[in-house]
Design a protein around this ligand. Structure first.
Ligand code: FE
Length: 208
């Protein structure tokens, strides 16, 4: 087997966790999936998150300087990834159909279903890296919701992501060539960004 010295799959060996990042802009709430949350320092408690600029949640955080991270567990349904990964949220309210909304002390929504911990951040630095912004934030609140194990990308790939070959052949969709993420729908938006591996619409191909 020939080695590919520039293989995007290598990054998944890092086994990222998967998180729902939420924010609000005064008018509405929004959320997206991210895979990069790191504790930066312990004293003070400080974290970093990297957020793709094409997601509206990014703009909200840039504007308000505040966000929540909900840590997804192995119980997370594929529907959660679909819901928070398929659109930027610029023109829609991703929480409109949600009957039970929890808010932390900063007033921002967090998820409680399939989530084992929530961390609130207040941005101290926003560093521009082309397609992404790296937010450095002081932790203002952090609480545990359950003992369920955090989901890793590997677990998502093995147990949560639908297997294309087992799907109903009639189903229209697109699969990410990099990580296998499946987008169900007639057409893939040009500005779509894979919530798992951060690659764009160019790296997707039709399922069938
Ligand atoms: Fe992907």
């Amino acid at each position: 087997m020939k080695e590919n010295r520039n293989d995007p799959q290598a990054y998944f060996k890092l086994s990222y966790g998967l998180f729902v990042l939420t924010a609000k802009d005064g008018e509405k709430d929004n959320g997206c999936i991210i895979n990069t949350v790191q504790q930066l320092t312990d004293t003070p408690k400080r974290i970093t998150v990297s957020v793709n600029k094409s997601n509206y949640t990014h703009d909200m955080i840039l504007k308000t300087g505040e966000f929540n991270v909900s840590v997804l567990t192995e119980d997370a349904y594929f529907a959660v990834f679909e819901h928070f990964g398929f659109q930027s949220g610029r023109d829609t309210d991703k929480f409109a159909a949600n009957p039970a909304l929890n808010r932390s002390e900063n007033g921002i929504i967090y998820l409680s279903d399939c989530v084992n911990a929530v961390i609130s951040g207040k941005v101290t630095d926003a560093i521009d890296y082309d397609t992404h912004t790296l937010f450095v934030a002081d932790v203002t609140e952090a609480f545990v919701l359950s003992d369920a194990p955090s989901v890793t990308y590997s677990y998502y790939f093995e147990h949560i992501k639908p297997k294309p070959e087992r799907q109903n052949n009639k189903k229209k969709g697109y699969v990410c060539k990099i990580c296998g993420y499946v987008y169900e729908g007639e057409t893939l938006p040009d500005d779509f960004v894979c919530p798992i591996c951060k690659h764009g619409a160019d790296d997707f191909e039709p399922l069938f």
